[in-house]
Design a protein. Structure first.
Length: 152
C-alpha cells in the first residue's frame, strides 16, 4: 500500500462535471449569461465543489436549446415553459407547438409588413426626383404600414 504524506484531502467534483469556464467554452455563452440563466430559473443551480460551480454535461444541450429558441424569437418565459418538461416527456414538444402556433401569425404579419417596406425602399433607391415635394413616394402614406415594427 502506498501512502502519500503531506497532501490535504479535499472533496473533488465528479469527473463528469464541468466548471463554468468549460461550459462557456463549449456552449459559446458568457459565464455571466450562464449565471443569469440560473438566476431566472432556466438552468438548475449546479453542484458546487470548493465553492465553485460544477455542471452536468447535459447543461451544454440545455444552453443550445435556449440559444436556438431565442434565435427563433421565443421569450425567456416561453423558453422556461419548454424547459420545465422532462426530456422524455411529450409536454415539451406540445408546449413548443403551442408557442409556435401563437407566434406564426405575428411573424407572418411582420414579414408582410417588411416586404411592403422593402418594396418602398427599393423604389426610393431608384428615385431620381429633384426634391421630396416632387417625389410620388410621399403622396400616399397609406402605401406603407403603420409604424409598429422597427426594422433596424
Amino acid at each position: 500500500m502506498l501512502v502519500k504524506v503531506g497532501l490535504m484531502s479535499r472533496l473533488e467534483a465528479a469527473p463528469e462535471s464541468l466548471p463554468i469556464g468549460e461550459v462557456a467554452r463549449l456552449s459559446g455563452k458568457a459565464p455571466s449569461s450562464i449565471r443569469y440563466y440560473e438566476e431566472i430559473g432556466l438552468l438548475e443551480a449546479p453542484e458546487r465543489a470548493s465553492g465553485r460551480r460544477r455542471y452536468r454535461p447535459t447543461v451544454v444541450r440545455t444552453l443550445a436549446v435556449i440559444e436556438t429558441a431565442q434565435r427563433a424569437g421565443l421569450s425567456l418565459d416561453e423558453i422556461r415553459l419548454l424547459l420545465r418538461a422532462t426530456p422524455g416527456d411529450r409536454a415539451a414538444t406540445e408546449q413548443l407547438r403551442d408557442v409556435a402556433e401563437k407566434k406564426l401569425p405575428v411573424l407572418r404579419e411582420a414579414i408582410e409588413r417588411a416586404e411592403i417596406v422593402r418594396r418602398w425602399l427599393e423604389d426610393a433607391a431608384r428615385c431620381c426626383c429633384p426634391t421630396l415635394d416632387d417625389c410620388p413616394l410621399f403622396e400616399d402614406p397609406v402605401r406603407l404600414p403603420e409604424r409598429s415594427l422597427v426594422l433596424l
